[in-house]
Design a protein around this ligand. Sequence first.
Ligand SMILES: Nc1ncnc2c1ncn2[C@@H]1O[C@H](COP(=O)(O)OP(=O)(O)OP(=O)(O)O)[C@@H](O)[C@H]1O
Ligand SMILES: [Mg+2]
Length: 502
Amino acid sequence: MAEIILEMRDIDKSFPGVQALRKAQLELKRGEVHCLLGENGAGKSTLMKILSGAQPADSGTILLEGKELHINSPYHAQQLGISMIYQEFNLSPFLSVGENIFLGREPKRPGTPFIHWSKLYSDAAAILKRIRVDMDVKQPVNELSVAQQQMVEIAKAISVNAKIIVMDEPSATLTDHELQALFDLIRDVQQQGIGIIYISHRLEEVFEIGHRCTIMRDGEHVATENVADLDREDIIRMMVGRELKEEFPKELFERGKERLRVEGLKRGKVIKDVSFSLHEGEIVGITGLVGAGRTEVARAIFGADPVDGGTITLDGEKLNVRSPREAISKGIGLLTEDRKGQGLILGMTIRENTTLANLTEIANGPFLNRGKEREVAKKYVDELQIKTPSVDQYVQNLSGGNQQKVVLAKWLFTQSKVLIFDEPTRGIDVGAKVEIYKLMNALVRKGVVVIMISSELPEILGMCDRILVMHEGQLKGELQRNEATQEKIMHLATGQQMAAAS
Ligand SMILES: Nc1ncnc2c1ncn2[C@@H]1O[C@H](COP(=O)(O)OP(=O)(O)OP(=O)(O)O)[C@@H](O)[C@H]1O
Ligand SMILES: [Mg+2]
């Protein structure tokens, strides 16, 4: 049996109004990929922040290779061989790959304070070679894709002789191809005896690369098991504490009149003559590989990017929206995948963020009706099961998935006619996903036109009435709910024509 390199025992941690961890436990063996699972707000990131020295625990013990120790800073953790790869990378954008790998630890020419550049680059190349990553060590990091930057972070971890690498939702922004490259890299690193703690809400990944998993709920340890002994339902049951009846609670409504029509939409090379229409009573999915132009179409309808041509008609009225502000005033909303960049103001409370896009609704003459604001925010906190001590909590203190739910609340409160959801369930736990799908049903029932952009084919197949598939800026085809399959979608998404296209 492999040797245990890390034990975290009885870790407690509270924040004002929240007990984030309650006797949390984690055990990691050398050379294993250990998945850390749990609902949004279960305490996964907090436990990892304690391990990486970013936050102190209130109590509990940490044993590294059998020795008890107190980790008092991220620097200390790094010296102990614990590396954390954050979602927002810590790389310096204008420095090269090699410089980033050795930042602050550059090799010097013997007897001088000067950096030994040729050694720095050859050492960097050797590390990349060791993990079989093919990359130019002199290229600036800001020219790399997210996936490549992640690989630089891993190379950096290896170069400090990490024994433990923590990855908190590394897959959220990767394409399928990049994800496979990351998995190859993880397998490689793991075979070199490094222990990996891997956090993700995509359970398929657990079965693909995990050896063991630890499931947490409400800050507590629920179970640690071999992945091979579990199935998807077991994991879900332990995560949410009950059986999940249906992962996709689709309701079918009668298809009504045409509401939104997009004709001849064009924007440079990213949108090439896209036309489609949406009817009352349906959820329409737009899918395709990353970079196919799905988000660009959404942004064009929302007035976020100027277009070269095309018309958008809503309820018979031709719209000429040139900014998101105008789009919102016409009843069009866009929930973006990038909650930090576009969706939320982190330094404001849940209450303020929820009502931000629809202040007129809670206005009382020239003033804001704070009571009404609170009531509205409370309603969504309940409906979406946002985990928080109160609606006055700052959004920056919420867990990643709960921040995403606040973005949803904000748009649900706008009384939009058309809502475009761009990757709405990214980073959201399985139980909360079901709640979001139910809300989509409720919106459709109220007459809202819902567009769902997603790379997750199961949710597209599970929730959409019609599926539009894009490839390189073009609409490649349309599938009805009853005929759509993963294979047919992938066929269109990779640019092939359907054999017997309708
Ligand atoms: N700085 C903070 N101030 C107040 N509360 C916090 C802070 N950091 C975390 N919390 C709370 O601690 C709990 C655990 O959060 P954590 O981020 O660890 O969850 P998580 O399991 O990583 O969830 P997710 O899957 O959504 O990322 C949540 O209720 C969160 O709101
Ligand atoms: Mg988290």
